[in-house]
Ligand binder design. Sequence first.
Ligand code: IDP
Ligand code: MG
Length: 146
Amino acid sequence: MANAERTFIAIKLDGVQRGLVGDNIKRLEQKGFRLVKSEELLKQHYIDLKDHPFYPGLVKYMNSGPVVAMVWEGLNVVQTGRLMLGETNPAEPKPGTIPGDSCIQVGRNVIHGSDSVQSAEKEISLWFKPEELVDHKSCAFDWIDE
Ligand code: IDP
Ligand code: MG
């Protein structure tokens, strides 16, 4: 591929604390730089679906480009995250949810969120080493959590 020079970019702790992660990523996307593939764990990630006819296509699609993998923390984040993510199938749209507002087909539904605390634990340990998960207290913590 032409123009394949690569760089490492990290949003530092002050950017995280100040809630500037999304905006910084948005600026790089807007400029036209490309995000490079991060992991190839998709077969394992979707192993529970291996007997479904769409599994090979799902793995192929998920492996065909980069994925932005993250761990988010907070009160009821698994359940609330799933509500924000809406229905698996965006053909049953719930406006205001991420797929409801951004996609059309179930096989291209933009975002994944763990469906239970147990699967979250499994998925987090699949995608990240324990030492990659940094425990920190956000400066907004006391304004968000009681
Ligand atoms: P979830 O993502 O809401 O947890 P799952 O049933 O676990 O839903 O399915 C995982 C992913 O597999 C979905 O997000 C979607 O990308 C894909 N998928 C599910 N059902 C279909 C289908 O019928 N055709 C194509 N892809 C599907
Ligand atoms: Mg699922």
